[in-house]
Design a protein around this ligand. Structure first.
Ligand code: PLP
Ligand code: COI
Length: 354
């Protein structure tokens, strides 16, 4: 299907661009001039519009506020060295968007409409894509239920929106990570694989406790035994053990990350052995202790490749090899950047040029 999208555009009359300090861009706090909105009603998507960024009016009875029928995506646009703007693998996010939608009983948005919506608003706000190392335009598409109804049932109306945030690094340092053995992010049969708001809401309390103990991130374990590594709060968990790239296989408790998939693809192309399987906490700790673990990192759009400095398990802290000296992480960061910034030929068709 190739729908071509008609989008009504209302431009801002007071751009914030010249007042924005592009040297200081904390994640998720600064928004570009415009946003996209669309409505779902009577079984179809309509009213695709780009409007000045600003508050919206909603019903206080709106079901997403009460029962959390809402989810989001996250992807990034990059200013290439030749001035082009590229968005990294939006087709993957479009597919995951619809997989989240299905699990949350929400309507699919045809992939072309997802990609064209994002392309249109990024194109209009292309001057907002930063031009500095490690600075990008973070794209936040999301959908929420809008029926003003307090009964627990799927809404019949929804809103789709896209916001844009010029942003610097999400993590500014190598991470101190706690392996969580008390709380659970997601259980089998649940919806951990969906980018549903509830997954993040439920992680705030354990995250707060971990932060009070001095940790930057939680490494979640499986709900049943707490013996197997799952993922981090905003990134997939990856390790290099004995020269192999080892990562928990995706399942219904784990988000199927675009960054994870891209890293696996490149590692395989480099001839590296990749193991996607159940990964036990015991083997990770053993590999740290016997020196075979050379890398541990979170892989994600916002996180990029966020290296782990130390891991704490049941109160004992294990210091990892100095991540700044990691050959693998540094090579992978550069290879991914070379692709995203168009410095090498895009042989895998990963860049969507706006
Ligand atoms: N896992 C969780 C829970 C996340 O929020 C994210 C971020 O999107 C990821 C993994 C990494 O996914 P991606 O690489 O697609 O950004
Ligand atoms: C992303 O990397 O896009 C994420 O969704 C992380 C976010 C929870 C900050």
């Amino acid at each position: 299907m190739t729908d071509t999208l008609a989008i009504k555009v209302t431009k801002t009359t007071s751009s914030k661009l010249s007042k924005t300090d592009f040297e200081d861009l904390p994640f998720g706090k600064i928004f570009s001039d415009h946003m996209l909105t669309a409505d779902y009603a009577d079984g179809e998507w309509k009213n695709f519009e780009i409007v000045p960024y600003g508050n919206i009016s909603v019903s206080p009875a709106m079901s997403s506020l009460h029962y959390g029928q809402t989810f989001f995506e996250g992807l990034k646009a990059y200013r290439n060295d030749d001035g082009k703007i590229s968005i990294f693998r939006p087709d993957k996010n479009a597919k995951r968007f619809n997989s989240s939608a299905e699990r949350m009983c929400m309507p699919a948005l045809p992939e072309e409409l997802f990609i064209q919506s994002i392309g249109a608003v990024v194109d209009l706000d292309r001057d907002w894509v930063p031009n500095k190392k490690d600075y990008t335009l973070y794209i936040r598409p999301f959908m929420f239920a809008t029926d003003p109804y307090l009964g627990v049932q799927p809404s019949t109306t929804y809103k789709f929106m896209v916001l844009l945030c010029p942003t610097g690094k999400y993590f500014s340092k190598n991470l101190s990570v706690k392996i969580e053995t008390e709380y659970t992010r997601s259980a089998e049969g649940g919806f951990g694989y969906a980018k549903a708001a509830g997954n993040y809401a439920g992680s705030l309390y354990p995250g707060k406790k971990a932060a009070e103990q001095g940790f930057d991130q939680i490494l979640w374990t499986d709900a049943k035994t707490h013996e197997y590594v799952e993922e981090m709060g905003a990134a997939n968990a990856m390790f290099v053990i004995d020269g192999k790239l080892v990562t928990p296989s995706t399942r219904d408790t784990i988000l199927d990350g675009v960054t994870r998939d891209s890293i696996i693809t490149l590692a395989k192309e480099w001839g590296m052995e990749v193991e996607e399987r159940r990964v036990s906490v015991a083997e990770v700790i053993e590999a740290v202790e016997n020196g075979t673990l050379t890398d541990a990192f979170g892989a994600g759009t916002a996180a990029v490749i966020a290296s782990v400095a130390d891991i704490t398990y049941k109160g004992k802290t294990y210091t990892l090899p100095n991540p700044d000296e990691s050959v693998f992480a540094n090579k992978m960061r550069k290879a991914m950047d070379d692709i995203k910034y168009g410095r090498v030929e895009d042989t895998r068709n990963w860049n969507y040029i706006v």
